[in-house]
Design a protein around this ligand. Sequence first.
Ligand code: CA
Length: 210
Amino acid sequence: MENLKAKARQRKKCIEDLQRKSHFSIPEIEHLLKIHRKKATSHGKTDKPKMERQKFSDLLHEEFKMTDDVLIDRVFRAFDIDADGYLSEEEWVRGISIFLKGTMEEQIKYAFSVYDQNSDGFISREEMFQFLKNCLVNQQTEEDPDEGVKDLIEIVIKKGDYDHDSKISLKDYEKTVGEDYLLLEMLGPCLPSRKYANKFLHSMECNTKK
Ligand code: CA
């Protein structure tokens, strides 16, 4: 009995902690943890539930209609703070908080970490190439598609490289997005569209009112 009470106290503390670290209310966090539990696997009795990459990517696909595998993989990595290949409860709640309700500052840092593939603090030409080539892949054109991508990269660099080192630092990126918010997702969609974000938030609201 005492044991159970201690566990409940610990759980309550953990949820309150997540409330401080996210933009969600306690009932919303409980609902998000339920989703996490449904998607998660736990290995052994004492292990905390963890969400696997594939389950997360299915969820992005189902709930937010995101389909670009390169970007989905990067979104997973941006959520997976400790880089162990799984999303813990905390990583899930904090990630989805930025994803759905993040401040501009949070979303700029998040999108930058999505695009900065090797986490060296810069978005390089090679990294831009990886993302932008997907955008052009389906275009029917006589021209070499790589040439089209290179042109796009020049536009991005021209627009965003304030210190002229041919790559984009977080500072460059903050400045670029600060001037034009539409450039937040300049290398491809890494945040949900308003429509699907609202749908998800609305269903969460309905589920937590009961
Ligand atoms: Ca993790």
